[in-house]
Design a protein around this ligand. Structure first.
Ligand SMILES: Cc1cc2nc3c(=O)[nH]c(=O)nc-3n(C[C@H](O)[C@H](O)[C@H](O)COP(=O)(O)O)c2cc1C
Length: 361
């Protein structure tokens, strides 16, 4: 029996970290759902998630796969065009696009974002990533800056973006190492500022997020590790008189017994694509440190999301604990998205609703 948590007055929002890339979410050859990345599958999932009362869809942005037998994430749908179609195929759910800052000009994202907001009744949001894969950027001849500089550039980008979405700041002027804006203007503008999330957990990411973003999209190797990180971001945000919400992307694996769920995890890990996992790990951890406490097997099984493994009751308790520690939204990942979303709605969501932490759908 799960008790309600009267001490926590905010609700936990449900979302999906969508499979818009091939082989998501595991760097493994175990039971890969080959067509899961396609637009048709993504649209069915989006509509089903909306019908089940989910609030958010986040995509992954990728430009190249990670080699090996799976070429992990090697086939992927671009996330602003993907969001445009999904926003028109749904009515209520909020949909984000994920943008690599060094690959786009802020005027282009400002215009795309305003268009997406206009098309969707302001349901669009932006997830910014500062870039980390030399394999990916190297292919394009784009320099991968030193870690701290990446976030300085992202901060400049967001400042321009916010200015271009706010008529009171126009004509906009900005000068930094990356951008020069002279009498900048953009129209239309969204009716309200789109939500901006940053994906990353390093100290550089935290301070930029606290100052400029609405969401910290983070990952830790365990639920327990979330509390300190969330408090750190919240206290930095408070210094700027701001509130930042937190989202995570847990990997959910549940069965009738714990041992059965653990066997499923072991099977995914046993079939890991070592070459792709090495390439992923090599690029992701370079200059970061954020994933140092993840083992290669942990990363291989979920692509970097925290593992929630056990019975439905175990998973429910861990989600409640994440919420107690300050998580505002969970962007769920599953081995088999369509099937597991229905299982989640049957086995886990009703208990979260009864516990009073998730709104009834
Ligand atoms: C929740 C989450 C989602 C992410 N999504 C993407 C993505 O779609 N594309 C990408 O290139 N990187 C993605 N990343 C990687 C981050 O952008 C970042 O490079 C990485 O977390 C290391 O950054 P840090 O050293 O500041 O923590 C994601 C990271 C997290 C934690």
């Amino acid at each position: 029996m799960v008790e309600a948590h009267p001490a926590v007055d905010r609700l936990l929002s449900l979302g999906l970290f969508m499979p818009n890339c091939s082989n998501m979410p595991s760097i493994s050859t175990h039971e890969v759902v080959a067509q899961q990345w396609t637009y048709a599958e993504n649209e069915l999932l989006a509509q089903r998630a909306e019908a089940l009362g989910f609030d958010y869809l986040f995509p992954v942005s990728r430009w190249r796969g990670f080699g090996g037998e799976t070429n992990f994430l090697g086939t992927s749908l671009e996330t602003t065009t993907w969001a445009a179609a999904l926003l028109r195929a749904t009515e209520r759910i909020n949909i984000f696009s994920t943008v690599h800052i060094p690959l786009f000009h802020p005027f282009v994202v400002a215009k795309m974002g305003a268009t997406l907001a206009h098309m969707s009744g302001d349901r669009w949001g932006l997830n910014v990533v500062s870039g980390w894969s030399a394999r990916e950027f190297g292919m394009m001849g784009v320099e991968l800056a030193e870690h701290g500089r990446r976030y300085e550039r992202t901060a400049a980008f967001i400042e321009i973006l916010r200015g271009l979405w706010d008529s009171s700041q126009q004509p906009l002027n900005h000068k930094s190492d990356w951008y020069s804006v002279v009498d900048g203007e953009a129209s239309p503008i969204p009716q309200r500022q789109p939500q901006i999330a940053n994906a990353g957990t390093s100290a550089d990411a935290q301070s930029m997020t606290a100052r400029l973003c609405d969401w910290a999209f983070i990952s830790t190797p365990s639920i327990d590790a979330l509390g300190t990180l969330i408090k750190g971001i919240a206290s930095q945000a408070a210094a700027h008189h701001r509130l930042v919400r937190t989202a995570i992307f847990p990997f959910l694996l549940w069965a009738d017994s714990r041992s059965e769920a653990e066997d499923k995890l072991a099977a995914i890990i046993a079939a890991k694509d070592s070459e792709a996992a090495d390439n992923w790990l090599h690029d992701l951890t370079a200059g970061s440190g954020s994933f140092d406490d993840f083992t290669k097997d942990m990363l291989a099984a979920s692509g970097g999301g925290v593992h929630l493994v056990g019975t439905a009751a175990d998973i429910t308790e861990q989600l409640i604990e994440a919420h107690r520690l300050g998580v505002d939204a969970v962007m769920l990942t599953f081995p088999r998205y369509r099937e597991d979303l229905e299982r989640f709605a049957r086995d886990i969501q009703p208990t979260l609703v009864r516990a009073g932490i998730v709104a009834p759908s």
